[in-house]
Design a protein around this ligand. Structure first.
Ligand SMILES: Nc1nc2[nH]cnc2c(=O)[nH]1
Ligand SMILES: [Zn+2]
Length: 515
């Protein structure tokens, strides 16, 4: 079994974290069956300053004057008020002089989680933005992806996308590669080399009416997916895992979808695909799968909707379909840049959250033109504002219709009445968007027991942010309340503000020098 499994109660465990520390328990004897499993985490680094993260109950928690300890395992051992400093140092046997103190302009936030990105499409990011989805796939995307049978092309583009996303603060990326197994393995290796946490999907597609050159048979697709999974297993990467990746229903036969569902189950793997991105796409799916009632049903009846599934877009899902997502514990990756760039539609984030469906953000490079998750945060907020304005406009139009009806008939029919929920619509807050890019992403990928915020025992995936005035001279971010500095970073910041990136406690940006 591979993947980041939620811990089963282990047969034998080390002491609870709170009890670990300076006074180590005696090592068990060699004959003790627990011996190989005991690992003592020792305190490796301590940071002091401001930490900003999300929890289940608080979209954005700002912890000033705090102290955070990271163990050799890469896990967070404590996060407490710095008033506890002396006790903590004593308990963990750590020297005060080794504490790394942040400046007034700096804070730590969790690493961002891109729940949907196409690594090969980095090759043409920012171009081909003048077509709707299906034409864009046919004329821009498939011809480019086809060239990834060439391993040199793959190596070059994949190195670029891993470097660029890491520099922009993506500590976890859920990647689509191409149909080519060997170049997909190169992507896995590069993510591993650079220390990025990643899911890698060898893309599966056995149908392609519009561009038949970029295709595999269903047998080949299953055989190659198994080869990919096995090769990944043999590599034993700690933080890079395979993910079952049917491209979308249009490019997969029912047989292929079904067999991929079986593979996901057999190896207990994560699953990713696209769903209900554009109206034309949905019509095509319903034409190709006449025996199904909805797009969601196509995946669900083929065992592709599980608690480890993340489906990109979902702009046009009905509430009934969303309720299937909720029941199955499947997640949606909201890709607002792509939704706008390809004129696919808007996802109503507030409705998805109301329906209690797991939700993360994705860049969807290169349907989306930015590799930055900060851009995804901004576009998610802007999309929500557009929906808000549309609802306001509808409300105003209906009010006018009502007034006209009253003038004519003395009473208004309720034909024009706006749904109650439309009146309550709230724009997605900055804090909630921040949560979607961090903790939400970890929930969507079902790795929230490992990463997503600064809870003790999770791995330290973090960004050291600097809002110092010399970085952006034209905005005075100096000496403003932390909440305001965070908000301004979310709207105005970029990779220049990201001074360091940590994955599981290891500094991965700036990149280590080779000399
Ligand atoms: N945005 C997007 N949608 C898709 N649907 C199927 N393939 C793709 C893709 O590469 N990008
Ligand atoms: Zn996509």
């Amino acid at each position: 079994m591979i993947g980041w499994e939620r811990a089963q109660p282990p047969p034998c465990v080390a002491l609870p974290l709170a009890k670990r520390g300076a006074s180590l328990p005696a090592a068990p004897s060699r004959t003790d069956t627990c011996w190989p499993l005991i690992t003592m985490d020792t305190l490796q680094r301590v940071f002091k300053g401001t930490f900003v993260h999300s929890t289940r109950s608080c979209a954005m928690e700002v912890l000033e004057h705090h102290i955070l300890g990271v163990g050799t395992s890469g896990k967070i051992l404590f996060l407490e008020s710095d008033q506890e400093q002396e006790n903590l140092l004593q308990k963990w046997g750590f020297e005060e002089s080794k504490i790394e103190e942040l400046s007034q302009n700096e804070f730590f936030m969790p690493g961002m989680i891109d729940t949907h990105i196409h690594a090969p499409q980095y090759a043409f990011v920012g171009s081909g933005m003048d077509k709707p989805l299906l034409q864009w796939l046919e004329f821009t995307t498939f011809p480019t992806e086809e060239t990834f049978s060439n391993l040199d092309i793959a190596e070059n583009v994949y190195r670029g996308v891993v470097q660029r996303t890491l520099m922009n603060g993506t500590t976890t990326a859920c990647y689509f590669a191409t149909i080519h197994t060997d170049s997909s393995l190169i992507l896995a290796d590069i993510a591993h080399q650079y220390g990025q946490r990643a899911f890698i999907g060898k893309v599966c597609m056995d149908s392609n009416e519009t561009y038949p050159k970029y295709i595999e048979s269903s047998e080949e697709s299953i055989f190659e997916t198994e080869r990919f999974i096995e090769a990944m297993e043999n590599k034993k990467y700690n933080r890079v895992k395979p993910i079952i990746t049917p491209r979308f229903a249009i490019s997969c036969s029912e047989k292929l979808l079904n067999e991929l569902g079986d593979l996901a189950d057999k190896f207990q793997l994560h699953i990713q695909s696209h769903i209900s991105e554009s109206v034309d796409e949905i019509a095509e799916v319903m034409r190709l799968f006449p025996g199904y009632n909805s797009y969601t049903e196509v995946y669900d009846r083929n065992k592709l909707l599980t608690s480890k599934t993340v489906m990109a877009h979902g702009c046009h899902l009905t509430d009934e379909e969303l309720s299937i997502f909720r029941r199955k514990g499947a997640a949606i990756s909201h890709c607002p840049n792509s939704n706008i760039s390809l004129c696919s539609g808007h996802l109503d984030v507030q409705n998805v959250l109301k329906q209690k469906v797991k939700l993360g953000l994705g860049t969807d490079v290169a349907g989306g033109y930015s590799v930055s998750m900060l851009d995804a945060i901004r576009k998610a907020i802007e999309t929500s504002k557009i929906i808000f304005m549309e609802k306001q406009k509808r409300k105003q139009e209906n009010k006018t219709l009502d007034q006209n009806e009253i003038a004519q008939n003395g009473i208004a029919s309720d034909l024009n009445s706006v749904n109650d929920t439309d009146h309550d619509y709230k724009v997605l807050s900055n804090q909630e968007a921040f949560r979607l890019a961090t903790l939400g992403g970890s929930e969507a990928l079902n790795i929230d027991h490992i990463t997503g915020n600064f809870e003790v025992n999770k791995e330290f995936d973090a960004l050291l942010i600097s809002t110092a005035p010399e970085i952006r001279a034209h905005e005075n971010l100096f000496e403003i309340p932390t909440e305001d500095a965070v908000q301004r970073f979310l709207f105005l910041g970029d990779d220049r503000n990201i001074k360091a990136v940590y994955v599981a406690g290891r500094c991965v940006v700036p990149f280590p020098r080779n000399d």
